[in-house]
Design a protein around this ligand. Structure first.
Ligand SMILES: Cc1cc2nc3c(=O)[nH]c(=O)nc-3n(C[C@H](O)[C@H](O)[C@H](O)COP(=O)(O)O)c2cc1C
Length: 502
């Protein structure tokens, strides 16, 4: 791989900001301008952490792009599309032969053509929506949770913590369950199974009592669902003893799982709530009750923004709000933490994991799989960008597998599992010191400020606006590397032994 060339867009701040400016229009005006090249598709690949995929979308003959280009004028935000694409065209290394890579996997023994499914939510709530998603390439759908209680939703029902460009860092919803009747949902499952026999349809259900759990189990089994997901985790329920109330109570989890087990022979996933200290307890209870797999995580109870004029949190429903479920990018680290704890728990051996929470890119998905999930589910990223994100999930995954020489998904599932250990077991006798790359450094001084005010005051910022390290003060925390906007701080090749207590 050509290091320097790959850094043009990965690490060049100007290009990064230009790519960030792209808002991924629907039917983007820029996509119509050229016969062989689709700038929208290429820039979207870069945005979704798939720079190599973006490069693979440009073929040799498309170098003609350099001669004639009116893209920039068509872009509503005047993104410098020309420059982004030309930089990519100049990078010659391409990923070849990725079409044949086998990305199939499984969920509780049921084959999935790839690891990517819609998670239970609005994104899989009607036949038309599921059909469109499956046609786009998603391997399966978990239905919006089917229930027998009346569902009346509030308006508005979402709020988002946004980045400066408007993208969602985190997303809050105060939505409940499927507003469609059991009958409508059963028709949807039957039609989807008929039309897409090789795709996986998972029925998400929630009962208010034993009778409802039993009834819903029998109905979805009859309708032809491949698996059942038990929603023990919705944080927005009105009825006591439902949703996350159940997920916080291992006895109830075991009880309801057992009722479902006794009434179906298809695999069962228990969906866990993160609104709990230790997810292993309800997960073990679900296993005892007969669950084959764990789905995690559902949303995290939250308040996002409080309006400082009206003093009402968002979303504001006639002057009031409620706690709601937080999802999207912000929750991924919390989801990964819960998965890591469960996969390393002996009592949960043999359980299949379906991971979710903040998956936007192929890399996010691979992180869940490296911990031990055989498949993943997505909602918030689809709500923000649409089903089309499957293109970069698949392309990025294939490139990752080609580069690492993984022949099948199971070759890397669980590879990071043993690398999560207790803090007190980590080696603390040596230090990894930072090293400045002055060719890349733009002299902004961000490393200096952070080290002075939030580190160990180990960086000097000289008159020529170049930072230097004071080795006697540096503890190797590497805050400087994290704040550097240019990725201009690397590390010294060897860890240095330190004398403790001196
Ligand atoms: C608007 C919305 C509605 C949801 N509805 C359900 C639901 O009906 N049943 C369920 O089990 N989870 C539901 N979820 C939770 C998601 O399935 C998923 O667990 C969570 O959002 C984390 O994944 P994400 O970050 O990809 O969105 C909902 C999430 C959102 C954002």
């Amino acid at each position: 791989m050509n290091e320097n060339k790959n850094q043009v867009i990965d690490e060049n701040l100007y290009n990064k900001l230009e790519v960030h400016k792209c808002i991924c229009c629907y039917d983007a005006p820029c996509s119509k301008l050229y016969k062989n090249i689709n700038p929208e598709r290429i820039i979207r690949a870069i945005k979704f952490d798939n720079i190599k995929g973006a490069r693979s979308l440009i073929r040799n003959e498309e170098k003609c792009f350099e001669k004639d280009s009116t893209c920039n004028q068509k872009c509503p935000l005047n993104v410098n599309i020309d420059k982004i694409i030309k930089d990519l065209i100049n990078e010659t290394d391409k990923i070849e032969n990725i079409e044949d890579i086998d990305v199939s996997t499984e969920i509780c023994g049921v084959k999935l053509e790839n690891p990517f499914m819609l998670s239970s939510s609005i994104v899989g709530s009607t036949y038309e929506m599921c059909k469109r998603a499956l046609e786009f390439g998603w391997a399966g759908v978990v239905t919006k949770t089917i229930c027998m209680m009346p569902i009346y939703e509030s308006s508005p029902r979402f709020s988002a913590v946004k980045d400066w460009d408007g993208t969602f860092l985190g997303f809050k919803n105060i939505e409940q369950l499927s507003e469609h009747s059991v009958e409508e949902n059963m028709n949807m499952i039957k039609m989807l199974k008929e039309e897409f026999p090789t795709k996986v349809i998972i029925a998400s259900i929630m009962g208010r009592d034993e009778k409802e759990w039993e009834y819903l189990t029998k109905e979805v089994t009859k309708a032809g669902a491949d698996l059942i997901e038990l929603n023990f985790s919705c944080p927005n329920m009105k009825h006591k003893g439902t949703g996350s109330d159940v997920g916080q109570n291992p006895d109830l989890v075991e009880h309801y799982t057992r009722i479902v087990r006794e009434n179906t022979n298809i695999p069962i996933l228990a969906k866990m709530t993160p609104n709990i200290t230790d997810m292993r307890e309800p997960a073990i209870a679900a296993k005892k009750g007969g669950a084959n797999g764990i789905a995690a995580i559902n949303t995290i109870k939250s308040i996002t923004n409080i309006d400082t004029d009206s003093f009402v949190p968002e979303p504001q429903v006639n002057g009031k709000s409620a706690l709601g479920g937080y999802s999207g990018q912000a929750v991924k680290p919390i989801a990964l933490r819960f998965i890591a704890e469960m996969v390393n728990c002996n009592e949960l051996d043999g359980i299949c994991y379906s991971g979710m929470g903040g998956i936007y890119t192929w890399k996010d998905a691979v992180e869940f799989m490296l911990l031990g999930c055989t498949n993943v589910q997505v909602t918030t990223a689809i709500m923000e960008y649409g089903y089309r994100i499957i293109e970069d999930l698949l392309l990025g995954l294939k490139i990752f597998m080609r580069e690492k020489n993984f022949k099948k998904v199971s070759d890397f599932v669980g590879k990071s599992k043993a690398n999560v250990i207790n803090n007190d077991e980590l080696e603390k006798d040596t230090v990894e010191f930072p090293k400045f790359n002055y060719e890349k450094c733009i002299g902004c001084g961000r490393c200096f400020i952070s080290c002075r005010d939030g580190g160990h005051n180990a960086i000097k910022f000289n008159e020529d606006r170049k930072p230097t390290i004071d080795g006697s003060k540096c503890v190797g925390c590497q805050l400087c590397r994290l704040v550097c906007p240019q990725s201009a701080i690397g590390i010294l090749p060897n860890r240095i032994k330190i004398n403790k207590g001196q």
